[in-house]
Design a protein around this ligand. Sequence first.
Ligand code: PLZ
Length: 447
Amino acid sequence: MTVAATQDLVQERRLVTELPGPRSKALLARRQATVSNGVSAMFPVFIERAGGGVLVDVDGNSLIDLGSGIAVTSVGNAAPRVVQAVQEQVAAFTHTCFMITPYEGYVEVCEELAAVTPGTHAKKSALFNSGSEAVENAVKVARHATGRTAIVVFDHAYHGRTNLTMALTAKNMPYKQGFGPFAAEIYRVPMSYPFRDGHTDGPAAAKRAIDIITTQVGAGNVAAVLIEPVQGEGGFIVPAPGFLPAIASWCAENGALLIADEIQTGFCRTGAWFASEHENLVPDLVTTAKGIAGGLPLAGVTGRAELMDTVHTGGLGGTYGGNPVACAAALGSIKTMREFDLAGAARDIETIMVERLRAIQSRHAAIGDIRGRGAMIAVELVQPGTTEPDAALTGQIAKACHTAGVVVLTAGTYGNVLRFLPPLVIGHALLSEGLDVIEQAFDTLAG
Ligand code: PLZ
């Protein structure tokens, strides 16, 4: 029995109204009256239930989910083991604050993080609520442990929306515009982006970044190099082979820590527990969130025990960090990933998606690049025959998919990347139907 089969929602695309339907429209009007315009709504259908690979809206439409709430519900929405663990925990106790009177779930999550993150060294973790908060704390640990201040980040990076993480994030609109001043001691260097930078040689691309670090920042000042092993919001950019290992070697040789931001890529999403594994990377610190807890807010920083322990007692924490209900959800999610080999499921999704997308690309020159790993696959849209970004077409195709009942997301510094993050438990027939809709959108809209 597959995980999806254990869920009672019919796994089908079913449209009974136009999208958004009348009930969603009424809720949208209420939303507009009372929710800040600063919070966007990419596809304003209001969801009532979800499971496996479908989202069911308040009008009774059943949509194919190729977004997983931005790479969160990897085990499926309301996954049975998550629901059961949460229900048991929420009935037992909801909160004590781990810094006041601890509980086992937090410790168990840290044990799991030590087991599944890359490397066999002794590890320790601290838990938080959001990805941004995990990244902030990884930077705190890195500065404390090294006694240095400079943090190196990359073009196209996304690390969050809090003040420090806005400084770490590359893209101005919509994340940073008007929200400064930003935190100091952040230095940005070129990413390896084979489709755009002409470097298919990873070590050469790394040298370009390292030259800037050594000449403009100074190797001895660098507390950490922070990188997403596959960039998420930046457009699923997979660096050229050898880039990440070369950066890691430089860090090791120069006393700088390597922080892998695996918030989007972690927990089986890319076909391995962590994307770092694809290049045998063993980061000093790893940040996790999103897929870790099947939809409940939880995040972690996991690192070499001696680094995590340099921080004075009381230096890390927060009221809700590692909330017991979120920890229960994480344990249910991790169990599901192991039991159903969801890393393998992600690799199967990659095979299916890439083959179909290549067939679409052979008929539509607007698809300049197909890339990603596992169930984190994207297409970059360009003016045919060039690398000129086509954000307009990207928006039109996303909208056509939405109207037809398939939730797809966009990304990219230039807004021209269509990205797919299906739940890892999605049925192959449903995935294939989602791809039919994507194909139809290209046939209708692309030259
Ligand atoms: N690091 C690599 O992908 C979150 C952001 C959506 P939070 N990405 C989705 C949006 O528009 O806000 C993300 C990420 C990576 C950090 C974060 C931040 O995680 O849980 O959103 O704070």
